[in-house]
Design a protein around this ligand. Structure first.
Ligand SMILES: [Zn+2]
Length: 192
């Protein structure tokens, strides 16, 4: 390989590495956030939010549990109710997509409000966000705001996470959007 090409390759690799590490080290305002673990997710939520309210809003019911192939829940606390719903939603989205991930662990970050979410998006992508939530593959993180913490909106983003991790080669963005939209459509039917 000629010397100039070799150095160009080194430079490109360096730029990519810096870009990726910048994305990873980005301070998204979750330093003070509370954290809970479910089987499939590590969940961070702004300290002013309450897990009971979030679970009520998400409202993943018994029918979805059965469709996701889960058995009845034993005793639950305020926190396990939310984590249980998240895991049910993960299995349900995988079932709708017919894509089963045998080992998966992702991150869900529930922002303080829309402004918080938009601020994170603007810092990473340098433009305004036009949706209530997003999934960033390189961070394996779903960002969502509490106003839109609904079964079909979170389900849409979980579908993106599943699709991104299911295929070795990432499908085109439009295809991923259609598939996630299909999961959202199915879950909208059960949302109140
Ligand atoms: Zn989408």
């Amino acid at each position: 390989m000629p010397k100039s090409r070799f150095f160009r390759l080194i430079l490109i690799t360096f730029i990519i590495a810096v870009t990726i590490s910048a994305a990873y080290s980005y301070e998204d305002g979750f330093g003070q956030a509370k954290k809970i673990e479910s089987k499939y997710f590590t969940i961070y939520y702004a300290p002013q939010l309450d897990t009971f309210d979030l679970a009520q809003q998400l409202n993943v019911g018994a029918a979805e549990r059965i469709l996701a192939g889960r058995t009845a829940r034993a005793n639950s606390s305020r926190e396990t109710e939310l984590t249980d719903m998240m895991d049910t939603l993960f299995l349900r989205a995988g079932e709708i997509l017919d894509m089963n991930l045998f080992s998966y662990k992702g991150i869900i970050k529930i922002c303080r409000d829309k402004e918080h979410l938009n601020g994170i998006y603007r810092k990473i992508f340098n433009k305004d966000l036009r949706s209530p939530s997003l999934y960033i593959y390189t961070l394996n993180t779903i960002y969502i705001c509490p106003e839109d913490f609904k079964i079909y909106i979170l389900g849409h983003e979980i579908a993106h996470a599943i699709i991104s991790n299911y295929f070795v080669v990432q499908p085109p963005e439009k295809v991923a959007e259609i598939l996630s939209g299909y999961v959202e459509y199915q879950l909208r039917k059960v949302a109140n």
